[in-house]
Write a protein that binds this ligand. Sequence first.
Ligand code: GDP
Ligand code: MG
Length: 447
Amino acid sequence: MEGDTIAAIATAQGAGAIAVVRISGPRALPVLGELLAPDASLPAPREARLRSLHDPGSGELIDRALVVTFRASASFTGEDAAELSCHGGRLTPALVLAATLAAGCRHADPGEFTRRAYLNGKLDLLQAEAIGELIDADSPALRRSAVFRMERGLSERIEGLREALIRVDALLSYGIDFPEEDEPPVSNEAILAAVSEAGARIEQLLRTAPEGQRLRRGALVVLAGRPNSGKSSLFNALLGRERAIVTEVPGTTRDALEADTTIEGYPFRLVDTAGLRTATDRVEAMGIEVARRYLGEADLVLFCAEAGRELGEDERRFLQDSPSPVLLVRTKADAARGIETGSKSVRVAIPDGEGLARLRRELRERAFAGSAAEEEVPLLTRERHARALRGSTAALEEFQRALEEGEPPEFASVHLRDAVSGLEELVGRVSPDDVLDEVFGRFCVGK
Ligand SMILES: Nc1nc2c(ncn2[C@@H]2O[C@H](COP(=O)(O)OP(=O)(O)O)[C@@H](O)[C@H]2O)c(=O)[nH]1
Ligand SMILES: [Mg+2]
């Protein structure tokens, strides 16, 4: 419920020198007052002061904490707020939180502080999402992209597009309001040109969506190849730890193993699979089935075959028929010195690390070509973003069709406004509750 006063521990649970308890809402300052000693004053806004915190019921001293208060006009949430930096650990922060609850606060839901910041106009929805991604980011690349969007890098582009479309709509309405003028102030050609330029900019953003989602979830790289071709060894080498069992017995890896890793600063999900052979037992057959499913979804398949030998018929067929992009990796290069393999493959040897740096570079370039090439590209990292922009694109196409077919401008203009709505939903100017739940539901408590 909005309007009540919420509190939560904003720092990670567990041992730590300091923990921060956050309070936000109309009663934030009176609540803090109930925790202070009777003769202690509330610190002036934005001035850090050391204060003793007491249990409001028993009066028992809980801790001494550095206390900062904020007025609604200048706080993260846009409400009166306080932050109490107390000692960390398992008990003290929980007792401070319990004291705020005893003084009338409600425990905050996940993401509720940020949700309030959004509802009070302190952030737009894209910025709020970016904050969540910044907290979750495991890879330097996602962190960089999230900071860029937190600073309105994507919001500004969307606002620019929205304004361009609203200008076009204004020109159209001029023609509607003054039909007696012989010449409309702006020709249909000029209007169509402006709309198709906006459409092209939306398309450009939409093209970043696959890469943006890879940045958030990790690019899916699946290792495939005959049993014993060195898949598990390569999997472990790319992870930098012994995750999969390596043996000379074919068929050791029966299930698919998945692990997250960062390669050249970018996030990847690596999958090691059972070899692609006709299974001799049921368990292995199930592993092969799982492998096939992964292969269909892969952003890139690393197809492993020993260096220095001809590819078999089964292997050539795999390379031809793969539903996903494939890179041929020639493994065990140390055992095939002097024998050339095709230039389109990457040669690797695990014992001396040959080819691994090149393979890592190749992975990054293939999965993250766009963001690797340019420093600050606004990426669409969520299905929600792509969905909203696809809606706008479809509406613009309808608008163009309507105008070209000579429909009255007041009818055509409806499509233009639909396109604007798609952009407004994206930045959160208008947001149905279910969109807000989708965005804030995954936040941690205290953010
Ligand atoms: N000499 C050499 N042997 C390797 C290399 N990579 C893997 N092997 C060996 O090849 C065998 C099969 O490796 P493994 O990774 O289990 O293959 P998988 O069945 O495709 O997963 C094991 O005996 C490994 O030690 C390599 O780069 N050089
Ligand atoms: Mg294996």
